[in-house]
Write a protein that binds this ligand. Structure first.
Ligand SMILES: CC(C)(COP(=O)(O)OP(=O)(O)OC[C@H]1O[C@@H](n2cnc3c(N)ncnc32)[C@H](O)[C@@H]1OP(=O)(O)O)[C@@H](O)C(=O)NCCC(=O)NCCS
Length: 149
């Protein structure tokens, strides 16, 4: 596998993010306009190789003391890049948004890879949202507290 590095300031078009996501996550319901609004309202972290090709993306939003992980996908699976992007996300929150105490996300109930990644990183189930996704599948809402409670 090519070596990748993590970046918090890479400029990428919504179309390129969409094309990457289709390859990394063919079941994704995200469309170009979803990436467009995330680029306007949220923040993008990525894993890129030396030729500037994308290997992984993570999009998040920050609202006062809480952050939502909006999207995560990696091209080469099970090589640690999902976990590395998540750790990078927490580092970014700590250094740029120190007020953030809690991270929340939604994940499809049958997405075992993502569920395993998130639970291995300390996320806990908060609730289930029935029929949350366009295909009718339900979502688990997960949360992780960054500060001791
Ligand atoms: C979910 C996803 C981001 C995980 O990224 P990844 O780079 O493959 O995962 P990592 O290699 O960092 O794995 C870290 C840990 O997560 C868990 N994990 C990841 N993939 C797994 C799988 N297919 N089955 C079981 N556990 C898995 C394991 O605990 C793993 O640790 P280990 O390899 O030491 O056992 C990746 O599968 C992906 O891009 N999927 C498509 C997009 C998606 O589903 N995004 C989530 C939307 S909410």
């Amino acid at each position: 596998m090519k070596s990748l590095y993590l970046s918090a300031d890479k400029k990428i078009s919504s179309q390129s993010l969409f094309e990457f996501d289709q390859e990394a996550y063919p079941q994704s319901h995200w469309r170009v306009n979803d990436f467009e609004s995330e680029l306007s309202y949220g923040h993008l972290l990525c894993a890129i190789d030396e030729a500037q090709n994308l290997g992984g993306i993570l999009l998040f939003r920050v609202m006062e003391d809480s952050s939502d992980l909006m999207h995560l996908s990696v091209l080469a699976k099970r090589q640690g890049w999902g976990q590395k992007l998540m750790k990078f996300y927490f580092e970014q929150l700590k250094s740029h948004y120190p007020r953030v105490e809690r991270v929340m996300l939604e994940v499809k109930v049958n997405n075992l890879a993502a569920m395993s990644l998130y639970t291995s990183m300390g996320f806990c189930k908060l609730q289930e949202r029935q029929g949350y996704y366009p295909d009718g599948k339900s979502a688990f809402v997960l949360e992780k507290w960054l500060t001791k409670r």
